[in-house]
Design a protein around this ligand. Structure first.
Ligand code: DHB
Ligand code: MG
Length: 229
């Protein structure tokens, strides 16, 4: 057995996440199995937690979204939570770079019976977004950004082109254990996240905020923006 080197705070955050999920998050077999299969396939365990998946489901429902875009599918865990929040007439497009992730995700969508509702586009998300814009893809109502952090500033202008007034944008990992306040960081993901947060604040078409999150995956944060025009 490997030694538990996590801090007391981390152990507490993990236990509270487990407690909150047990109290409020319904166990959805096809979603739980999606996570188990992603792990079994060796995908990195960087998925959101169950209580955050439920949060995304509720945000999709609260916003009345019918068209959801996800950038960064991984094994399709967050995808399935958001699909749950869509009515039967809702559609979801999810973008994934890695074939190995996409294969796991597609199998997970099939098992959940969501393969008609979810379209996965394989390849660099910047290319997929540009192609969707060129194809005249209709604007999305809800967009979840959870891909490579160094490209967040490059995704945002393309996201804006696929948005309209009322579109809700949620972005994961905007705090990164507090590294985000390090102005002198030379890490591409920190630089990308810092630039992205600044862009959210400065864009005249966006009203934005962000919240810190602690939980089973440590200290991080989620940004939220409403497209106003
Ligand atoms: C990483 C990516 C994520 O989206 C996340 O939630 C946590 C970690 C990563 O690339 O390390
Ligand atoms: Mg993430």
């Amino acid at each position: 057995m490997t030694e538990d080197t996590s801090t007391p705070s981390q152990r507490l955050w993990t236990e509270v996440d487990q407690y909150l999920s047990a109290a409020m998050v319904p166990p959805v077999a096809a979603i739980e199995q999606a996570l188990a299969d992603a792990e079994a396939a060796g995908l990195p365990p960087i998925n959101i937690e169950a209580n955050q998946g439920r949060f995304l489901e509720l945000l999709v429902r609260m916003s009345g979204a019918k068209r959801v875009l996800e950038i960064g599918t991984l094994g399709g865990y967050s995808t399935l939570w958001m699909a749950r929040g869509l009515g039967e007439d809702g559609q979801l497009v999810t973008l994934e770079l890695e074939k190995a992730c996409a294969d796991v995700a597609q199998a997970n969508f099939q098992r959940a019976g969501a393969q008609e509702q979810i379209q996965l586009r394989l390849g660099p998300a910047l290319d997929s977004l540009q192609a969707m814009i060129a194809e005249g893809e209709a604007p999305f109502d809800f967009i979840f950004l959870d891909a490579d952090k160094e490209n967040y500033p490059n995704y945002l202008p393309l996201i804006m082109q696929l948005s309209q007034a009322g579109t809700v944008l949620v972005a994961d990992n905007v705090v990164r254990g507090g590294q985000v306040i390090d102005q002198s960081s030379t890490e591409a993901n920190v630089i990308g996240t810092r630039r992205f947060n600044q862009m959210l604040g400065e864009n005249p078409r966006l009203d934005a905020t962000a919240l810190q999150v602690v939980g089973a995956k440590g200290h991080d944060g989620l940004a939220f923006a409403l497209v106003t025009a």
